[in-house]
Design a protein around this ligand. Structure first.
Ligand code: FE2
Ligand code: FE2
Length: 273
């Protein structure tokens, strides 16, 4: 009998978690440490530092091209956002080692959902775009967790339709719930975790509904425009009526599609495709 929570604890504690990520989490938990300490730890891992700086410069944070190093990123974006970017990027590195090609596809999907979420953030007055962006970026992290824990069982259907139902049938839970378990305790802002947990079922969301809605809609929009095999959402009637209720319209979807097409080159470059 599978005990996912127990297996997840192992994933979070044994050597699969890179030292760098553990040190980031320890630094954040230790109130006597400052952002300078965080900067030093991130800089220690050059590829992580480069990714954090590249991500901090993405237009969704509003300071495109102005950030040259980690300290500047912290000064301009703030400690919380840089911390979340660093965690997202180190999670990215953690899961990129195995079957890199497959994982890249999933990250491209996540990045597109992140872009769409942050575009919607400006329309649903809730929070800063950075939070929506990171919610989108991490939204399918549960799929990577499943793949890391049970590669032989998960590999065959991880890009199939009806993914959540299949997960529930086989594992008794789905990637949204597993992602919540994985991210809790990683000191990621609660609104990001909530958005990840509710990205397929907004009705399950009782707080941070604004941020969560952006990721929920983004998953539907990206999955319907992008028939690539890593997408796992659907644009359904229920989603459409809520979308309209929030004051959004077809024009917003057109705007997102345009944005994704404009970013295609950047996405390819970022993920080395
Ligand atoms: Fe998903
Ligand atoms: Fe997704």
């Amino acid at each position: 009998m599978i005990n996912i929570k127990k297996d997840l604890e192992k994933l979070k504690t044994i050597s699969t978690i890179p030292v760098i990520m553990r040190r980031i989490m320890e630094t954040i938990a230790d109130e006597s440490k400052s952002y300078m300490d965080l900067g030093k730890i991130i800089e220690h891992d050059q590829s992580l530092a480069e990714r954090v700086v590249a991500m901090a410069n993405s237009p969704y944070f509003g300071h495109s091209g102005m950030i040259n190093n980690i300290d500047q990123a912290v000064l301009i974006l703030g400690f919380d956002l840089v911390k979340s970017i660093a965690i997202s990027m180190s999670v990215f590195e953690l899961f990129s080692k195995t079957e890199a090609k497959k994982m890249k596809k999933l990250w491209v999907h996540s990045y597109k959902v992140a872009i769409a979420s942050s575009e919607l953030c400006g329309k649903i007055p809730v929070t800063t775009a950075g939070v929506c962006f990171l919610g989108g970026l991490l939204h399918d992290i549960g799929r990577l967790v499943f793949f890391s824990l049970y590669p032989d069982r998960y590999r065959d259907f991880m890009f199939e339709e009806g993914l959540s139902e299949k997960e529930r049938r086989i594992f008794g839970t789905d990637h949204a719930e597993v992602a919540g378990w994985f991210l809790e305790g990683m000191l990621i802002p609660e609104e990001i975790i909530t958005a990840v947990k509710c990205h397929h079922d907004i009705k399950a969301c009782s707080k941070h509904v604004g941020v969560a809605s952006t990721v929920y809609f983004a998953e539907g929009i990206i999955s319907s425009m992008d028939k690539d095999e890593a997408s796992d959402g659907k644009w359904v009637d229920e989603m459409e009526s809520l979308f309209l209720e929030c004051g959004l319209s077809g024009d917003d979807i057109v705007m997102i599609e345009k944005r994704i097409n404009e970013e295609a080159e950047e996405i390819r470059r970022f993920f080395d495709l």
